[in-house]
Ligand binder design. Sequence first.
Ligand code: PDD
Length: 335
Amino acid sequence: MHVHSRRRLEQVQRHPEQSRAGTRVPVRRSDPRITFKPTLTPVSLLLAYLNGQFLPRAAATVPVEDRGFAFGDGVYEVWRVVNGRLFENERHLARLVSGLAELRIAAPDLARPDVLKAVAERLLAESKLTGGEATLYVEITRGVAPRTHQFPPPATTPTVYATVSPFTPADELRARGASCITVPDVRWLRCDVKTIQLLPNVMARQAAAERGAIEGIMIRDGIVTEGSHTNVVGVLDGVIRTHPTNNLILPGVTRAVVLDLARSLGLAVREDALAERDLRRLDELFLVGTTTDVMPIVRLNDQPVGSGAPGPIATQLARTFREYLDAACAAAHAA
Ligand code: PDD
């Protein structure tokens, strides 16, 4: 939520390692081999859309009685943007609309394809993000109302927020492979809905970061479900394996694209969950997600995975996915 966006702006401006606006600052991690390089564009330069108005992100605030702030009562979506084009726009929009329906929040205009396209184009253009890599973030909450758990009066209008951010893919890390840890999956039983209630995901990712890892892979009842912000794919006995889409995972857009690409390459794919005990004898492991692409995992819980280097299937899928992403966004450009 963006209640504290002004304070965040000040924090960004006072970042001790930031020498001037827009420089790339390596985030300090316990593992010096991990060099994430987020692009710190001053928040003041990024445009936001809030309840029908365009305004600088630093000026976008919501009332403290917003149900997103009080209850995490809302949904969100994250698109990858390349060259100003939204990757897999329809799939992200469909997931947003179905999440709204699950929570019985009336879909706002922004959930219409034409409105989303127009808003995204303006956000990208005015934030100077029509070239290269970016993300689009959309959040919709049940709106502002005095705090009571049940739904507010029907006239309450949803809070509708969108913004764009610069993005840098972690390609150096992809080339050498990353580390993960396993954590218990303590989430509710509707992980298929992309709600803004992300505390278990936050705790999982923080536990990973504290051990020099990029992701906490969640285990429920001895079964590998997904990561805090990624889907998890393994290669076991030569077969690509991942959790089937049901209530226990988010049906990832990247997951769907990567599995299609794998099948089209003639690779064996089974949407059948890995057990925790399978993790010790994997050939390969990789993460897939909008801000992760295909990321080979070479260490899990401080032990090597497979050969201890990015495996051939993860490497092939990472390359094929990048080509597909570039081609899809170039094709959309020509349309
Ligand atoms: N996360 N699983 C979870 C729990 C996620 O939050 C995400 C995405 C994914 C991957 O889904 P997709 O390929 O559609 O991005 C899987 C976004 C990027 C986020 O929270 O920032």
